[in-house]
Write a protein that binds this ligand. Structure first.
Ligand code: NAD
Ligand code: AKB
Length: 313
């Protein structure tokens, strides 16, 4: 019987992925954990308060619920990480090693851990970034994700831990606010467009970044986790892509629905981080190995968010 534990379940990704996994596996088979308490629909199911740095409590929860799979989402993201690099490194690395160790010791069936386009850096090819290429991240977050990828592959090769991973682009959802990343503007812009009809963007108008609608991110994650083990050939982390756009392009798309929406630009320290990341990534390995394809382009995503977000504001 599949029993899933999710860390960081109350975050931007976790709050949607937890509900999707509960719908697939049954509410009682998906245990949400986080430092903060769940609210709304997320509160309707098993929850444990867990600091992922606490390996003993993690072990206790895994034993108590007979957990078979862990989705380890808790992390400090790119922009927030820069305000306390030592802490971001410690949290992102120690927590992953806690998860990998328990997976090895308890012979867990599968582990999911997300990486990010933040593993790339200023010397990485910017267009259609290949799966295997120069990786010279210049944020503590990116460094921790790159090191994490190496650890995942190491535990797979050395101990047979079936750990699977995606290098997500910026994720755009409307159900939960983002937690301190460089791509957060692409979520904030929808809230501000509806509430203020204007948005001041912390990235410049022509900054291209790879992005993905949350529905596609959830689909990719579940598809990877359900793929046959033999089809999962990349054990560091798969490039995964959907759409790329600039702040100016998303603003124009929003204007098609809210004609008096306006955007202004006030780039801050996050601009340098964005400039070090690719414009687009080549995800042909994910498409070839386990059949990945995305459903949402910029216009379909914008239409969906502007239809759904007003219902929860
Ligand atoms: P988030 O910041 O929204 O959520 C992280 C959650 O982790 C929060 O609910 C927080 O309370 C929790 N957390 C923090 N420290 C913790 C600790 N010590 N113990 C337990 N819980 C703790 O992040 P997110 O956007 O949901 O990202 C989830 C994962 O996906 C992260 O690993 C992130 O690197 C990865 N990712 C996200 C994106 C994106 O655009 N959102 C892109 C690439 C990768
Ligand atoms: C961030 O901006 O830090 C995240 C990511 C791309 O990993 N959204």
């Amino acid at each position: 019987m599949t029993k899933i534990l999710i860390t960081g379940a109350c975050g931007q990704l976790g709050s949607e992925l937890t509900l999707a996994l509960r719908s697939n596996h049954g509410k009682d088979n998906v245990i949400a954990t986080d430092l903060r308490k769940p609210s709304g629909e997320l509160a309707d199911g098993p929850f444990e308060e867990l600091d992922v740095m606490n390996a003993d409590k993690l072990k206790q929860i895994v034993e108590n619920y007979s957990v078979t799979q862990i989705y380890h989402l808790a992390a400090i993201l790119s922009a927030k990480g820069e305000s306390n690099p030592q802490f971001a490194w410690k949290l992102n690395m120690d927590s992953l090693l806690n998860i990998l160790e328990i997976a090895k010791d308890k012979k867990l069936e599968k582990i999911y851990w997300p990486s990010s386009i933040a593993v790339f850096g200023p010397n990485t090819p910017m267009q259609q970034t290949p799966q295997n290429t120069v990786m010279d991240p210049n944020t503590v977050y990116g460094i921790s994700k790159l090191a994490g990828e190496r650890w995942c592959e190491y535990y797979y090769e050395k101990y047979g831990v079936d750990v699977r991973s995606l290098r997500y682009p910026g994720l755009i959802g409307y159900k939960a606010k983002p937690g301190g990343g460089t791509t957060d503007y692409a979520v904030d812009i929808f809230y501000q467009a509806l509430e203020q009809k204007s948005y001041e963007c912390f990235l410049s108008e022509n900054t291209y970044l790879p992005m993905m609608y949350m529905n596609d991110a959830i689909k990719a994650t579940i598809q990877l986790m359900e793929a046959d083990k033999a089809d999962v050939k990349v054990r560091s982390s798969y490039n995964i892509a959907a759409i790329s756009f600039t702040p100016e392009e998303i603003a124009s798309e929003i204007k098609k629905h809210i004609p008096d929406f306006s955007i202004s630009y006030q780039p801050d320290f996050r601009q340098k981080i964005a400039d070090s990341w690719p414009d687009s990534v080549d995800d042909s390995a994910a498409r070839d190995d386990w059949g990945w394809s995305h459903d949402y382009d910029l216009s379909k995503m914008t239409e969906d968010i502007l239809k759904e977000l007003p219902k929860i504001l």
